[in-house]
Design a protein around this ligand. Sequence first.
Ligand SMILES: NCc1[nH]cc(CCC(=O)O)c1CC(=O)O
Ligand SMILES: [Mg+2]
Length: 338
Amino acid sequence: MANHGTPFPAIRMRRMRRDPFSRALMRENAVNASDLIYPVFILEGVNQREPVLSMPGVERVSVDLLLKVAGECVALGIPVLALFPVIDSALKTPDGIEATNPDGLVPRAVRALKQAYPELGVLTDVALDPYTSHGQDGLIDDNGYVLNDVTTEMLVRQALTQADAGVDVVAPSDMMDGRVGAIRAGLEEKGHIHTRIMAYSAKYASAFYGPFRDAVGSAKNLGKGDKNTYQMDPANGDEALREVALDLREGADMVMVKPGMPYLDIVRRVKDEFKVPTFAYQVSGEYAMIKAAAQNGWLDHDKVMMESMLAFKRAGADGVLTYFALDIARKLKAGQAG
Ligand SMILES: NCc1[nH]cc(CCC(=O)O)c1CC(=O)O
Ligand SMILES: [Mg+2]
């Protein structure tokens, strides 16, 4: 219909959306397998696998089966795998000293991975919660308060144990003050000059971690306890920038925001302010929400999964830790073939 003399849209935004070719042409962000870090829960034994009930599709696996997962990551182009251990209750103590055992589950898994797939990046969490009998990320006093500086000493020992085993990236997830600097100094002193630090810099005291605590078995140790005296208040944004600034000054190579989707404003602010490698963790509860809705037929699993990844990229994340990593990489590969 002609529009002579009447107002019409001078700019028709829909023109570029009309056809697949022009949509592809103007697309600003894309998801690649190289954006993904795959978190894996590991346990003792041989040929062991246990489903995590609150995370459909996620299993805890023994180290021999972990190697198969690693092979799949390599084949799909996923650059890094992150390890989270399920520690035998008998080994849990108030000080979490098992975290420094050179023959513990994590160092053994790291050695096996680096031997089998030297090209695959391996990241390990630095925090004591899988190892403590009380489920906190550090050592506590008589009132249950997590002590900063003695915890930091233990974290340095844990990080060095992991570095000695050959890990590529240590990722302190504990939120103690000064731990990045202490870990960096320890690594340098021991000659581990190539070990990268991905700092969980802006880590919030979030209820979205619930399924993870089931997965590593720290939920029962933690009981009604919370982590509010060291993890950040979800109400705060500016504070995240101060946390990131400190970790960078202390020697972090990469910073992370956690959780992911509810905190994309923080990802964007961090990226804009610092312009450093910035990561986000799509945590267990985010994964569980999408899975549960998809299982009920309320959401389209693959579409929501891919859309959530695009949202991370658009917010400025250079990469995402996600339990969907294998599913995403498989889908990307199928898309290329088809
Ligand atoms: N320091 C432990 C740690 N490392 C990663 C996560 C959560 C990851 C997830 O929910 O997927 C947690 C839980 C916590 O802080 O209680
Ligand atoms: Mg900090």
